[in-house]
Design a protein around this ligand. Structure first.
Ligand code: UDP
Ligand code: MG
Length: 318
């Protein structure tokens, strides 16, 4: 099928080793989109899967011609995969959702309605989520911490699941940030943004593709891109510690003259050295994190490389 006019809605779905559930997911997304008013397309970005994900998607194009596959040259990570998808969209509106059905596709028509009502960004807000108590607690703390230190108000419990107008997508595509924290960038764009609450179900099948390491990296990217507060914190910490040291010195001098007590306290020295040393290392570490972002940026490598694009017409034509 040739899509000549811009589709009403493009849905971007990053997928990494999702062979167990991808067919069910795409079928359900397609069914949910049947009812919308206008042409739609689904762009699956295969983020360097080592399983049959890409092959299965390619096969499905025969039954769902609105489906398109963008295959990356290797695993670039969730955020970069979404970035690749956004660059490939042509829709008046673009939605982003995961491939594991944790973002219910049935909400998309509702999102679209909100957007047609004048919102530029409609994002899902997780009212409840299924995860281990540890993960849930970490998520809870993280979003509140991020909100507290962000220079711009961050909506709580909002992930990447969203629908955006073309001008927002265009703005995101124009952002050169190498380290992508899309929900942060999306929030930064502004315009009218609306949250829609939903209950986040469990993964349809398979296990999470986000290791704790990847999750912490994403969390770090969120902090680094939304706030410069950690940089300032080392100044505050430094000033605080220096003030403490100064007060201590005053006390020692006072004790020497008032009571003739010579300075003593080997342990106090050790404590001071350790505290100061620790604080300095933390401050250097924070600096290093920001510096590494500068380095990433200066290198200027692309966010991803596409190895192959498959869509209905190229399959028939080539
Ligand atoms: N994903 C990806 N690249 C990666 C890791 C994950 O494209 O390196 C995709 C994955 O296939 C899924 C989405 O990103 O569609 C979210 O990943 P996952 O469901 O594993 O994360 P969780 O929901 O557990 O946080
Ligand atoms: Mg998931």
């Amino acid at each position: 099928m040739q899509i000549s006019t811009a589709p009403r809605l493009s849905v971007v779905i990053p997928a990494y080793n999702e062979e167990m559930g991808i067919e069910a997911a795409l079928t359900r997304v397609a069914a949910a989109l049947e009812g919308i008013n206008g042409v739609w397309q689904i762009i699956v970005v295969d983020d360097g899967s080592s399983d049959r994900t890409a092959a299965l998607v390619e096969k499905l194009i025969a039954t769902i011609p609105q489906l398109e596959l963008v295959q990356l040259s290797r695993n670039f990570g969730h955020q970069n995969a979404i970035t690749a998808g956004l660059a490939a969209t042509r829709g008046e509106y673009t939605a982003i959702m995961d491939a594991d059905l944790q973002d219910p596709p049935e909400l998309l028509p509702r999102f679209l309605e909100e957007a047609e009502g004048g919102a530029d960004v409609v994002y899902g807000v997780r009212k409840t989520r299924r995860a281990s108590p540890i993960k849930k607690t970490l998520y809870w703390i993280y979003y509140r911490l991020l909100r507290a230190i962000s220079e711009q108000p961050v909506p709580l419990d909002a992930g990447d699941f969203c629908l955006m107008s073309a001008r927002v997508v265009e703005a995101l595509n124009a952002m050169p940030e190498r380290v992508r924290y899309l929900r942060g960038l999306r929030n930064w764009v502004g315009f009218r943004q609306v949250g829609v609450e939903y209950d986040r179900p469990d993964r349809h099948s398979g296990g999470t593709k986000y290791s704790y390491y990847k999750l912490f990296r994403l969390a770090g990217a969120g902090v680094l891109s939304s706030s410069r507060l950690p940089l300032k914190l080392s100044i505050y910490l430094g000033v605080g510690l220096a003030a403490l040291g100064f007060l201590w010195a005053l006390r020692v001098i006072y004790a020497r003259f008032a009571y003739g007590v010579a300075p003593q306290g080997f342990s106090a020295t050790i404590v001071a050295v350790l505290c100061l040393g620790g604080a300095q290392l933390v401050a250097i570490g924070v600096l290093g994190q920001y510096l590494s972002r500068v380095l990433d940026q200066v290198e200027g490598r692309p966010h991803y490389l596409v190895s192959r694009v498959v869509r209905a017409e190229t399959r028939e034509g080539e």
